[in-house]
Design a protein around this ligand. Structure first.
Ligand code: IMP
Ligand code: MG
Length: 179
């Protein structure tokens, strides 16, 4: 694809890792009341594939939060644009994210969900960019640690584009600069 400078992860690499994550989660959640919460919109493809690799009964729901723009830094609170419809008290909650960058979005979200008194609260992210972290967050499940590059595909977007790509790629700089 002409807008991509490089393919970072192929569909095959993603599928293999998603299978491994599913097996790990399956082992850890035997006999638990698992609720998977996907964060819109980026986590949708990942969550759809992941839940089919988890072999314990589960329920899933979706939340949407306002995010910081790619270049903007915000110190304000993240807003919940769409909340889940059921309570979490006593449930084992697994939050599924596309990528952890500064960690600000997830930090806010975890504090908000913790206040609902789940039995447990863990995070599964497909990608982790630890070099950009501003707050301390370590996901319990992580697909791939990636370098500080802006990536798109498999749910991740630049200005709402490229989410439908089956792979994860690095955008060419002229795609931003051409704006
Ligand atoms: P954080 O609060 O900085 O951790 O923001 C995480 C959110 O920023 C993700 O859910 C993405 O929507 C977005 N994001 C961060 N890095 C990238 C990237 O490389 N490509 C696409 N979106 C990104
Ligand atoms: Mg985004």
């Amino acid at each position: 694809m002409k807008e991509l400078a490089e393919i970072l992860l192929t569909p095959e690499q993603i599928a293999t890792r998603v299978k491994e994550l599913g097996a790990e989660i399956t082992k850890d959640y035997q006999g638990k009341n698992l609720i998977v919460i996907g964060i819109l919109k980026g986590a949708l493809p990942f969550m759809a594939d992941l839940i089919r690799q988890i072999k314990v009964p589960l329920r899933y729901d979706l939340m949407a939060v306002s995010s910081y723009g790619a270049s903007t830094k915000s110190s304000g609170a993240v807003q919940i644009l769409k909340d889940i419809e059921t309570g979490l008290e006593g449930e084992d909650v697994l939050v599924v994210e596309d990528i952890i960058d500064t960690g600000l979005t997830l930090k806010y979200l975890l504090r908000n969900l913790q206040a609902r008194h789940p039995a447990s609260l863990k995070v599964c992210t497909l990608l982790d960019k630890p070099s950009r972290r501003e707050v301390e967050i370590t996901p319990e499940y992580n697909g791939f640690v990636i370098p500080d590059r802006f990536v798109v595909g498999y749910g991740l977007d630049y200005a709402e584009r490229f989410r439908e790509l089956p792979l994860i790629g690095v955008l060419k700089p002229e795609v931003y600069e051409g704006k």
